[in-house]
Ligand binder design. Structure first.
Ligand SMILES: Nc1ncnc2c1ncn2[C@@H]1O[C@H](COP(=O)(O)OP(=O)(O)O)[C@@H](O)[C@H]1O
Ligand SMILES: [Mg+2]
Length: 241
């Protein structure tokens, strides 16, 4: 099976080389646990190291914030953007490109709008990697969990039909269920949780691969480090509880 490497030191080891091609992968964790950084690196490394065109859709932060974060971690995206290998899309861009998206005016966005956007975008760019940060923001559009589950399932199926290998971000609330709506993990092919704990006054970050279809993955919890060069997973080291 073809693997799509994240290019993040240590993480690909836990995943037997990366995500299987054409899968939908979910990363969950509390605020500050490194979700955005992980998904940015997935798209950036894909373009720079593996030649995969990628799209990063930010629904919670502005393009300016994301650009600043990337430069802070030495992700020099400008040249890749100019070459059409890297696309950074924010809510403002979606508003311009999807004309039926009245819901964007209210700040809320349905999966059908994202689908419409990606259909147009991917037919032109032929991107291989897509990251959506976050689907928690999209979930706010729905007032019923049943409808949300159905729409998210449909969205995941569409992503696979497009042939992309995608990363969906979902925010969890500390010390509560693993995902915001409690359903996201059932829709994805793989499920990675990030942790953020206060240990003697210092924040400790962790990463656990809880599920990975088609993969004999490592199931331990490992330290996740943020260095000046970005994320590093200590694949040989385990966090014991
Ligand atoms: N050099 C660094 N060392 C340690 N932590 C950092 C460093 N730079 C930024 N951070 C922290 O890393 C976090 C990055 O997390 P981010 O990917 O934005 O998290 P999330 O998307 O899960 O909220 C931020 O909360 C920031 O405080
Ligand atoms: Mg974030």
């Amino acid at each position: 099976m073809e693997r799509v490497p994240t290019g993040i030191e240590g993480l690909d080891e836990l995943l037997q080389g990366g995500f299987p091609e054409r899968t939908v992968n979910l990363v969950s964790g509390p605020a500050g646990s490194g979700k955005s950084l992980l998904s940015l690196e997935y798209i950036f490394n894909g373009a720079r190291e593996f030649g995969d065109t990628g799209v990063y859709i930010t629904l919670e932060e502005s393009r300016e914030n994301i650009e600043r974060a990337m430069l802070n971690y030495k992700m020099d995206f400008q040249a890749l953007e100019d070459q059409g290998k890297f696309y950074l899309i924010d809510l403002g861009d979606l508003r311009k490109e999807v004309d039926t998206a009245e819901e964007i005016e209210t700040g809320l966005l349905a999966f059908s709008t994202l689908t419409e956007f990606l259909q147009k975008h991917l037919s032109v760019t032929h991107a291989k990697r897509v990251a959506i940060d976050s689907v928690t923001a999209v979930g706010l559009y729905y007032t019923s969990v049943e409808v949300l589950r159905r729409e998210m399932f449909r969205f995941a199926r569409m992503l696979k039909e497009f042939g992309v290998t995608s990363l969906l971000i979902t925010e969890s609330l500390e010390n509560q269920q693993l995902t915001r709506y409690g359903i996201e993990q059932f829709i994805a092919d793989s499920f990675i949780t990030l942790g953020l704990e206060d240990v003697k006054g210092e924040l400790r970050r962790t990463i656990t691969v809880r599920k990975a279809r088609f993969t004999r993955h490592d199931t331990a919890t490992h330290p996740l480090l943020i260095t000046e060069n970005g994320l590093e997973v200590a694949a040989e080291e385990k966090v014991l509880r």
